[in-house]
Design a protein around this ligand. Structure first.
Ligand code: SF4
Ligand code: SF4
Length: 266
């Protein structure tokens, strides 16, 4: 018989898992405490092919009997983000953090799956990355867009995903048979200062290749080309995995890096 599980149980589970993770794996602790939201896998997700890639999967494509979408955010420490602020080339630790965090998220979502299976609920998940359509430069399973619908955060001008713990971090998600209901953390329409009519655009000025603009947002081609050249050509990232496509300059030491940005003026 199924055991009742709540979104609060899952939050406690991932907080404990993350608290133990550095000591149990020997990994350097480069993460703050994670966030998690749940949302009923209902018709709200039908909008995904419209707001994300047109070949974006729906929760039911992952798991026909799925009742809930779970999305989580693992924020980086301020020290790591600050280290990546200097210069136009990502620091080596930023590249290593990308690899370590993808690994962590794959394990963490795998453990959530086991936790739910122990209560007799099946789940389905996709890896933290590598679900990317290289022609359209859009994810076919976008954790950010799922998080947007589930109320984990909102998009900034730079297409980074601003959560209550900022945008410097990485996301993961899964679909489960457990009926966990809605547990959003964000109800506001927008969190980005500029989108809320305040002065900012720090991310626009921060991009080394002018891939972010006030009017059109992110130029995915320009950004992707920079991510590829960083791993191929920079000494700083030499020897890291060839799929470690990183930059993050518009994500670190900007007003929305570590929290929901606040304006001084009301
Ligand atoms: S840096 Fe400013 S303008 Fe850019 S996404 Fe963050 S809050 Fe919005
Ligand atoms: S990740 Fe780098 S290249 Fe891409 S938009 Fe941000 S700052 Fe520009």
């Amino acid at each position: 018989m199924n055991t009742t599980i709540t979104s609060k149980d899952l939050r406690v589970f991932i907080e404990n898992y993350m608290a133990d993770y550095p000591a149990s794996t020997g990994e350097k602790n480069i993460w703050r405490s994670p966030l998690l939201v749940t949302a009923k896998a209902d018709q709200r997700f039908d909008i995904l092919p419209e707001i994300a890639a047109d070949n974006h999967s729906l929760p039911k494509d992952l798991l026909a009997t799925g009742k809930t979408v779970i999305v989580l955010f693992v924020p980086f420490t301020k020290e790591l983000a600050k280290e990546n602020h200097k210069g136009d080339i990502p620091c080596r630790n930023w590249g290593k953090a990308y690899e370590a965090t993808n690994n962590l998220i794959n394990k963490l979502t795998g453990q959530i799956k086991v936790f739910l299976e122990n209560a007799d609920y099946q789940s389905a998940l996709v890896p933290a990355t590598h679900n990317f359509d290289h022609k359209k430069l859009m994810a076919r399973w976008s954790h950010k867009h799922l998080g947007y619908i589930a109320g984990l955060g909102r998009f900034g001008v730079n297409a980074q995903f601003i959560t209550p713990k900022g945008c410097a971090g990485r996301l993961g998600s899964l679909v489960t048979q457990a009926d966990l209901g809605d547990s959003p953390l964000v109800m506001d329409k927008e969190l980005c200062l500029h989108k809320n009519g305040h002065k900012c655009l720090v991310c626009v000025r921060r991009c080394p290749v002018e891939a972010v603009s006030e009017k059109t947002g992110i130029d995915r081609k320009k950004c992707w080309s920079r991510l590829k050249s960083n791993i191929r050509e920079t000494q700083e990232l030499a020897g890291l995995n060839e799929t470690t496509h990183v930059c993050g300059k518009c994500q670190v030491v900007v007003p929305c890096s570590f929290k929901v940005p606040k304006t001084r003026k009301p």
